[in-house]
Design a protein. Structure first.
Length: 287
């Protein structure tokens, strides 16, 4: 069993991106800038945003975080995004999700300029992904593919099964795995809460991607021997953080597996930095 160390891989990528930023800034170019918007006080979102801020600052990205009360209005949020859209020193805008229930998430995401959409959630970037055109890609699926690539694990021609059809993970991951190219070319099945015979689908998977948010839901009977398991779940339980897979039960049955924590999570943050650098270079006219 190969442990896919997302923490170490992400640190390496972050160093590479930091080097890119340092080199360009030494040539006199301005530093990249990221606007982060956090509305409400969801404790998990607080932690994610703090980790993103720390990682971005460490790489040389100026980060401006707006922490808004849970009662913030849609108009106030849109005004803040509009201001960040206008600023020449801001290359990326990140609205942490989920937003408080009274806010319109789709309208917020639509109001972010597509070339500053470092989460890759804007319909323009989602459409570009669908069509195989260049654009900013969602961080978690991008991080998963980067992790597999850096371990030399290729999905081409293999059965890839995804469980979970969210806009953030499952749907974009399905598109990325299916597309032609060195990290794609998989035969993709996208399972969800209404799927019949879920265990059969999972047992068929050469690559199994779990993104449902149910602690230790996937045990021995769901995993093909020799499969590669990528666990996107981050579940807080009284015993600590765990993934959607029952890691201890299945690890010796797999050929490769991501731990939780220390697997996909750190890769998501590394890809946020990568996307911010990509947006920055585009704004500077470098690509
Ligand atoms: N909430 C859960 N994952 C993400 C993410 O990748 N980006 C944002 N903005 N919110 C999230």
């Amino acid at each position: 069993m190969l442990l896919l160390d997302g923490k170490a891989t992400a640190l390496k990528i972050r160093q590479e991106l930091k080097d890119t930023i340092t080199t360009l800034c030494h040539k006199g170019l301005r530093a990249p800038g990221l606007a982060v918007i956090l509305a409400g006080n969801d404790p998990a979102s607080e932690i994610y945003v703090r980790n993103k801020e720390k990682a971005c600052e460490g790489a040389g990205i100026r980060t401006i975080t707006s922490r808004l009360p849970a009662t913030v209005s849609q108009a106030e949020l849109l005004a803040l995004i509009a201001k960040a859209n206008q600023r020449n020193d801001i290359d990326g805008i990140l609205v942490q999700l989920p937003l408080p229930a009274h806010l319109d998430t789709a309208e917020c995401l639509l109001s972010i300029l597509p070339d500053k959409d470092v989460d890759g959630f804007h319909p323009d970037n989602a459409g570009r992904l669908l069509l195989g055109l260049p654009g900013l890609r969602p961080c978690t699926p991008q991080g998963i593919l980067e992790l597999l690539a850096r371990y030399g694990l290729a999905c081409a021609g293999k059965r890839a099964v995804i469980v979970g059809r969210s806009n953030i993970v499952g749907k974009p991951l399905a598109l990325m795995l299916a597309q032609p190219g060195p990290v794609g070319n998989a035969t993709v099945t996208l399972c969800h809460s209404q799927s019949e015979d879920l265990a059969d689908h999972c047992r068929n998977a050469d690559f199994l991607f779990l993104a449902v948010g149910r602690p230790k839901m996937f045990g021995r009977e769901m995993i093909k021997t020799g499969a590669c398991v990528v666990d996107v779940g981050i579940n807080r339980t009284p015993e600590g953080i765990c993934g959607d897979a029952d890691f201890e039960a299945i690890k010796n049955q797999t050929c490769a597996i991501t731990p939780v924590p220390g697997g996909v999570g750190p890769m998501t943050i590394a890809m946020l930095i990568k996307n911010t650098v990509q947006a920055w270079q585009a704004h500077l006219g470098l690509c």
